[in-house]
Design a protein around this ligand. Sequence first.
Ligand code: HGY
Ligand code: MN
Ligand code: MN
Length: 413
Amino acid sequence: MTPVLRAERILDRCDALARCSEATGHLTRVYLSPELRSASQLVLDWMREAGMSVRTDAIGNVIGRYEGAQSGAPALMLGSHLDTVRDAGKYDGMLGVVSAIECVAALTARELRLPFAVEVIGFADEEGVRFGSTLIGSRAVAGTFEPATLDASDARGTTLREALRDYGLDPQRVGEAARRRDQVLAYVELHIEQGPVLESLDLPVGVVTAINGATRYQIEIEGIAGHSGTVPMHLRHDALTAAAQCVLAVEARACGEAHLVATVGKLETMPGAINVIPGKVRFTLDLRAPADEQRQRAARDLSDSLQAICGERGVALTMTTLHENAIAGCAPWLMQQLDAAVTAQGYPLHRLPSGAGHDGMAMQALCDIGMLFVRCKAGISHNPAEAVTLGDVEAGARVLLRFIENFNPEQES
Ligand code: HGY
Ligand code: MN
Ligand code: MN
């Protein structure tokens, strides 16, 4: 069996990573920040201790490699991301990286060399909090990084190009993070479910079938700022009341259709004073669905209805697509091998789609992808209340290790 897997150590390490935050008392760790550097350093140390050779790639991802029976063999890639949302939980991303390291430590402890290499990757940007563009780390590895992203800037006006330099990386060499197809056998990620399904079924783990597609927009409404005491209500061009109506229209559209979800998660009002009619509002829209056609139809409808709302109110609307990801299907042969690992560990089998986005969305351009979900408390995520149990963490790590040990790239279909 697998006595060398230490679930307590996985949880301790998630706690240690949670201390790498821009503020004490809550967890926020964005791409190319000093906190990401500290977290990456911890991960590199743990990878080394687990018997891997380590490096940081050209976009800031950390990578550990455990050679197979023959050195230089193509790799099974495991991992997840090390960046977080604002005021995040401790497990979204980190659990996948730390569990994969624990599995490699178990291989090392048993001096078990496999017919392939195992690599663990901690992606430096998945959430896209800092530059608005998500999956920067995995896109670079998959070779789909858009050079135009280098000109994206953060809230302080620092461009990605500058931030890479400040971090000690060379923006001109980002292309070197890309891997060749013949170097990678598959990408498999363990992640908390971030939803309530496994808990409702009383299951510790589940095998993912596909990652839902997503489109994200930056929306700006331009009205006319004015004096809150002097401009009569019927003569106003209030950008915020228009935005409020748009937000409700977004909600209504998503409520009207099963499986479609739409979220306005960020809204800024300018100039933002108690006695000024808002002249400008910027907000984000995150639209997701399990079918690309459904998401695209909702996007078209929303663009039309938001334009109509703004037209009636005499304010101008611009909608910019920040990113668009089609649904990413998990490979049947990887699902089968994950199923086999779940069953071999004595857990009931359940397959489910992922409503949340993951690095696999980018990695599928490079190789086949698979995912294993671990139950989390009440399905809560992107929230400091994110929680997992020691038993479920152990179950996830055991299944992942079993999967690695029995991984058969020959079964690729
Ligand atoms: O937003 C997402 O789905 C993910 O957590 N990055
Ligand atoms: Mn997340
Ligand atoms: Mn995540």
